[in-house]
Design a protein around this ligand. Structure first.
Ligand SMILES: [Zn+2]
Ligand SMILES: [Zn+2]
Length: 147
């Protein structure tokens, strides 16, 4: 059976929400945070609270919640001058029995290096931001834009 206790992602989402310093926001269904081991500046992890390996098995209600959360996460990029981004869905490979160990999630990677004209974004890209700082910048954008 699926056990939340055996899943690192469930633990990670819970820990990031509790600690709060890398948290961008959390809603009913998702926890959105700047990962401690970010590979690119302002990278975001969008992790569902519900343990599930396979994104394609979600029902309509869960898909709708997912869309709302993604839109809100994308709005935070306004703080960086609305850069282009890559959005990766990591879900279980079809047909594999890895329900216990895999936890589907989104990864959002702003492509800051391509923005030559925006002084602020360029400076940020040259100096990859600490995840705590990234979370603070993106979080502040949520207070500026309408919910
Ligand atoms: Zn999990
Ligand atoms: Zn991933």
């Amino acid at each position: 059976m699926i056990s939340r206790r055996s899943c690192v992602w469930c633990g990670l989402a819970r820990a990031e929400e509790e600690a709060g310093e890398r948290l961008v926001f959390a809603d009913e269904a998702f926890v959105v945070f700047a990962p401690a081991a970010a590979r690119s500046a302002f990278e975001l992890m969008i992790v569902p609270r519900e343990h599930a390996a396979d994104f394609t098995a979600l029902d309509d209600e869960a898909i709708a919640a997912c869309r709302t959360t993604l839109q809100r996460a994308l709005r935070t990029l306004t703080a960086l001058g609305d850069p282009p981004y890559n959005l990766f869905l990591h879900t279980a490979p079809a047909g594999e029995r890895i329900d216990q160990t895999f936890h589907w999630h989104w990864e959002l990677h702003p492509r800051l290096r391509v923005i030559a004209g925006l002084e602020r974004a360029t400076a940020l890209a040259v100096n990859p931001a600490a995840p705590e700082y990234a979370a603070e910048v993106l979080r502040s954008q949520l207070h500026r834009s309408p919910a």
